[in-house]
Design a binder for this molecule. Structure first.
Ligand SMILES: CC[C@@H](C(=O)O)C(=O)SCCNC(=O)CCNC(=O)[C@H](O)C(C)(C)COP(=O)(O)OP(=O)(O)OC[C@H]1O[C@@H](n2cnc3c(N)ncnc32)[C@H](O)[C@@H]1OP(=O)(O)O
Ligand SMILES: [Co+2]
Length: 137
């Protein structure tokens, strides 16, 4: 196991309508779906579809949602980010910055949907994949 990337916790799909997307997964895969959770600080409302691992679904929330442009460009929705768990998010952040990765936002972790400290790495630094890191001790 890597000494700081430990597990892929979820893959996230950004969608125009959470309600439609959740119903599709529930009805198509008989999947267990969490209740929608509005996260104004993140500019999204999320719901988690627990299949083998977890599929996060998110739609824009508010005027300044960081995913508004993505959903506008992908009106049918699309793969949005991969969420890796790390054991020490500040050490991971500093190591990735030293390796040239761009940390998005202020560079300080925010609390994410699982109540964990999260940071994001620019998709252009990882082959068009937005990466979310979350600290899981
Ligand atoms: C619920 C909490 C948490 C959890 O606990 O799970 C979450 O999941 S919150 C998820 C939502 N929050 C975020 O995504 C925060 C980080 N994201 C951002 O800051 C922005 O989305 C972004 C990555 C900076 C992009 O913002 P955007 O307005 O789209 O900027 P640009 O139009 O300048 O995009 C730059 C460039 O990147 C491409 N892009 C954008 N998003 C993605 C993506 N998800 N995957 C791959 N590529 C992406 C975009 O198309 C532009 O490319 P070019 O047009 O080729 O320049
Ligand atoms: Co996420």
């Amino acid at each position: 196991m890597h000494d700081f990337l430990t597990w892929v916790n979820h893959v996230a799909l950004a969608v125009p309508s959470l309600e439609v997307a959740v119903a599709r997964y529930r009805d198509s895969f008989a999947a267990t779906v969490s209740e929608p959770l509005a996260l104004p600080e993140h500019g999204v409302t999320v719901a988690f579809v627990a299949i083998a691992n977890t599929i996060e679904r998110l739609e824009p929330l508010g005027d300044n949602s960081p995913i508004a442009s993505f959903v506008a460009k992908n009106p049918d929705g699309g793969m949005h980010h991969i969420y890796y768990e790390v054991t020490d998010i500040l050490a991971a952040r500093d190591r990735l910055k030293a390796a040239g990765a761009r940390v998005l936002g202020s560079g300080e972790p925010k609390v994410g949907a699982h109540g964990k400290s999260v940071l994001f790495l620019h998709p252009k630094d990882f082959f068009g994949t937005l990466i979310e890191l979350a600290e899981v001790k």
